[in-house]
Each structure stands twice: as structure tokens, then as C-alpha cells.
Design a protein around this ligand. Structure first.
Ligand code: ADP
Ligand code: MG
Length: 382
């Protein structure tokens, strides 16, 4: 049998390897503007070859952190190490770092080739090497025949690729991308996400990408840091954040979820579960949780809408609730139901349409039984 040359190598997870040295170390970085903490004691390790995403809402400090990495903003405190070397005191042009801005900032009067060559000429690279690198970059972004065009003769997606080619031409060790796909429409953005991932994999350069779009971050990143008010809430893989959120903020920010407040009623350490009494459901919820939690501790249970099963008759399950359908959203691939319990709690449930039908399965005011397993219920502090 022939081996497939396109087969991806076995994924490695250096963050799980205690012997692996981080490539980029951000240590206790703080930056204030007046009373605003744009970055608040941020520490983060990023490994060689990662496509790492900083994800957060507007004003959460993503761009500030990126600018600190580039050397464009000086932090009040903290340090930045690359390959074990403290670069905190280096000016931007002496850092092995390049930045691709949201606006792309292409020179309108220059051709694509001239745009890509610009930084190389500034660095006084020999003409032959400049030509070779420009040609290689044009190949990399799949635009070998468009080198003579001006930016206004390109589509938005092509301009984005030229900006990427220009920022990679100098062969930085670290490429910073601030909302790189923000100017593209939705369809093109999805396509470009995969293109960008593909290019990153081929060049092997470490990317740190800023985005407020959780789907984009989840699609592209090896790992993500969720930022909120200048602080990092959690760092994990896409699946780690989605399935094991550490805070309420993360649980709500990544995907959608049901948050149910309660208090620990009892714990079964052998089974690795807790029973949580929830006022709004007037019932106990069983949840998987191994760490000890004293009785009475206030907690919040997070259950994702797609983890809840819908039944017309009472099921056997770890957790069951019953209520009436009060809202229906038909989205083609799925329907979202809001189900209101007798005690007034509203739970969001998602049903996937596996079979073709012109109607959602259930109607307003239908009585539905909802069930979910203890393993699907995440226990969050507070
Ligand atoms: P994001 O990129 O996540 O939207 P920013 O890093 O741009 O967030 O901003 C974080 C916070 O710092 C915001 O409150 C913003 O208003 C503030 N900020 C950023 N840059 C400046 C600046 N140059 N002067 C004053 N405040 C700033
Ligand atoms: Mg920003």
C-alpha cells in the first residue's frame, strides 16, 4: 500500500510534555491606561509551532497584549521571553517578531511584489534573495501570477493573502495577527481560515492570533486564551474550553449553555459525583465532580443545550426535568427549544435534525421531559 504523503503527522501536544520548553513566555505583564487595566498580570506560555488564539470581547486587552509582544507598547511591568531570551528591552525592529494588522496596511501605489519585497529591501537583502523570497511567498499564498497587480486590483481575500505574504517574507520566528480575517465576509472568512491554517502548518512559524470570534478561534487554534477585562480566564485547547470550562465567563462565552445556580447538598466521592440542590428547578442535580466540596458551597451548574435529551415520556436518567415549550427557533440543521419548568426555570435544548422534515418536532406548549447525564453537568465555582 502506498503511504499518503498528505497524511498529517501525529499531533504533538508540547503543553502536556513537562520537559518541553515554551517558545514564548509572557510573564506577569501589566499595562494600564489611567485607571484601566488593559492587561492585568498576564502570564502565558506558548510553544513552538502553535497557532495560538487570544479570544475575548471588545476591550478585553487582546490588541494591547499583541502590541506588547511586538514591542509597540511598553508594559508597566512584566517580561517577554522568546527562546529563553528576554526581549522586553528590544525595540520592535530588533525582535524576531512581525505583526499583520487588521487593515493589512498595503501600500496602494506598489505592486503585490513590491509590497512583499518592501521589508526585505529595507533590510538590504541581496536582490537575488529578495526575488527568490517574493516568488516563494507568492507560491505559498497561491498567487504566483498576480505579482504585478496593485492592491486595488485584488479582492479582499487576495489582499489579506498579500499582507500575510509580506509579513512572512522576513521569516519572523513569531507572527502576530490582529483580527486577520475581520475585513472578510462570512463565507470567505471560513475559507480563508483553513487557508491560513494550512500556510501556518507549512511554514511552521508560531502564530499568535487575536480574534473576538469564538468560532474562528475554535476552528483555527491549537490552544486559546480567553481574555476578560485584561485578565486571562482560562487557557486550553478548543475542546478543553468547551467541555471543561473553568469559570462561568468561559462557559457562557464559548458556545451557549444553561447556567443553573445551586448549593452542594452531598458528595459521593467514590462515584466522583456531587448532588447540587437547585432552587430554580426545585430539585437536586447530579454532576460529575471529583474534588472535595463542602456541603452548602454555592456553585453553578453548566449544561450545554446539545447535551440535553428530549423525551415525550419520563425517561430513566441521572437528571430529569419537565416543562413546556415556550420558544422554538428552527435553524435548518438544528432546532432550539426553550423549555420552562413549573418552578419557572427556562432551559435551552438543542435537537439535531437527522431526518428530513418540514416542521420542528415539537410545538409551543408541548410538555417535554429533559434529561442529561451527570457527566454532562459541569460544576463551576460561585
Ligand atoms: P481589544 O483588542 O481586546 O478590543 P484593547 O487591547 O484594544 O482591547 O483595549 C483594552 C483596553 O485598553 C480598553 O479599555 C481600551 O479602551 C484601552 N486602551 C487600549 N489602548 C489604549 C490607548 N492607547 N489609550 C488609552 N486606552 C487604551
Ligand atoms: Mg483589538
Amino acid at each position: 500500500m502506498m503511504s499518503n504523503p498528505l497524511r498529517r503527522p501525529t499531533p504533538v501536544a508540547p503543553w502536556q510534555d513537562p520537559a518541553a520548553q515554551p517558545f514564548l513566555r509572557i510573564q506577569n505583564v501589566t499595562k494600564t491606561y489611567g485607571k484601566v487595566y488593559a492587561c492585568d498580570d498576564v502570564s502565558l506560555d506558548i510553544y513552538q509551532g502553535e497557532l495560538f488564539a487570544l479570544l475575548g470581547g471588545s476591550g478585553s486587552g487582546k490588541s494591547t497584549l499583541l502590541r506588547i509582544l511586538a514591542g509597540l507598547v511598553k508594559p508597566d511591568r512584566g517580561s517577554i521571553l522568546i527562546d529563553g531570551v528576554d526581549i522586553s528591552a528590544l525595540p520592535p525592529y530588533e525582535r524576531p517578531v512581525n505583526m499583520m494588522f487588521q487593515s493589512y496596511a498595503l501600500f496602494p501605489h506598489m505592486t503585490v511584489e513590491q509590497n512583499i519585497a518592501f521589508g526585505l529591501k529595507q533590510d538590504r537583502l541581496p536582490a537575488a534573495e529578495v526575488r527568490e523570497r517574493v516568488a516563494h511567498m507568492l507560491e505559498l499564498v497561491k498567487m504566483p501570477d498576480l505579482g504585478k497587480r496593485k492592491p486595488d486590483q485584488l479582492s479582499g481575500g487576495q489582499r489579506q493573502r498579500v499582507a500575510l505574504a509580506r509579513s512572512l517574507a522576513k521569516q519572523p520566528k513569531l507572527l502576530l495577527l490582529d483580527e486577520p480575517l475581520g475585513a472578510l465576509d462570512r463565507k470567505l472568512r471560513e475559507h480563508t481560515q483553513f487557508e491560513l491554517m494550512n500556510i501556518q502548518e507549512r511554514v511552521g512559524t508560531t502564530f499568535v492570533l487575536v480574534t473576538h470570534d469564538q468560532e474562528e478561534a475554535m476552528t483555527m487554534a491549537s490552544r486559546l486564551a480567553v481574555m476578560n477585562a485584561g485578565m486571562i480566564e482560562q487557557v486550553s485547547t478548543p475542546a478543553g474550553l468547551y467541555e471543561y470550562p473553568a469559570t462561568r465567563f468561559v462557559a457562557e462565552f464559548i458556545g451557549s449553555t444553561n447556567l443553573i445556580e445551586g448549593r452542594i447538598a452531598s458528595q459521593n466521592e467514590e462515584a466522583g459525583t456531587v448532588q447540587v440542590y437547585c432552587d430554580v428547578l426545585d430539585a437536586e442535580i447530579q454532576a460529575r465532580h471529583a474534588d472535595p466540596l463542602p456541603v452548602g458551597t454555592p456553585v453553578t451548574i453548566s449544561v450545554r443545550p446539545e447535551k440535553i435529551d428530549v423525551h415525550e415520556a419520563p425517561p430513566q436518567a441521572d437528571n430529569v426535568a419537565v416543562g413546556q415549550v415556550v420558544e422554538i427557533a428552527y435553524l435548518g440543521d438544528v432546532s432550539i427549544y426553550q423549555v420552562k419548568t413549573a418552578s419557572g426555570a427556562v432551559l435551552r435544548v438543542q435537537e439535531t435534525h437527522v431526518e428530513r422534515s418540514s416542521e420542528p418536532h415539537y410545538d409551543w406548549d408541548d410538555t417535554l421531559y429533559l434529561s442529561w447525564s451527570a457527566a454532562s453537568a459541569v460544576v463551576l465555582a460561585g
